[in-house]
Design a protein around this ligand. Sequence first.
Ligand code: ADE
Length: 252
Amino acid sequence: MNSNPTIWRATVLTLFPDMFPGPLGVSLAGKALSSGVWALDARDIRDSATDRHRSVDDTPAGGGPGMVLRADVLAAAIDAAESAADAPKHRPRLLMSPRGRPLTQSGVIELAVGPGPLIVCGRFEGIDQRVIEARGLEEVSVGDYVLSGGEIAAMALIDACVRLLPGVMGKLASGVEESFSGGLLEYPQYTRPQTFEGRPIPEVLTSGDHARVAAWRQAEAEALTRQRRPDLWAPRESRKGCRMPPKSTTDG
Ligand code: ADE
């Protein structure tokens, strides 16, 4: 475990700490983790249970199916994580949940430039609402579908942040980020062979004309975004409509 208090750190509270680092331990994120660019603490919520059976959940007040994670146990787990010597101060406290605010690239950038979040992974039918309020947990969703717990969602969030940290992706990061943060989907890519199953690489990409290549890529990115993600495209169009008229030369 890396105890350097100055590096970007994700602290994950989970009932399944063995799921971590999982995919975050390989490839770019994994190399950066072992070389100390970032740190990961997966903490077992069950360690904060107080009874002899180490129980963390109970039946829902008002009845209904499933079990609810107890407020007192989770609050104790959060407080213990935050009082650890290497824990960053003033970090976002997130709860992975399908009812949360959808995670976006601008949200990821905001998290990546900060000290790194504390992330609670839900399981069971839910979490006692009082701990969400009492500890100011910000609910975050990775999509409109339901996973069996917050762990995989937390991994997606951490992966998206870590690849933006200085030294993780080298030169690639800035270019790729601009393309998505600019609100467009990425243009299609090609490499050798020149012809694959009768399909050639688009001529412009082998022309050596950098301006034409850039214009083609921009047009492809725009067309893809318009077709596949009208929700991303529409705000761009309406922003265009709202542009201030050019300043007249006779204006003061
Ligand atoms: N936990 C279960 N489903 C989830 C989702 N879609 N996003 C975040 N956390 C979740």
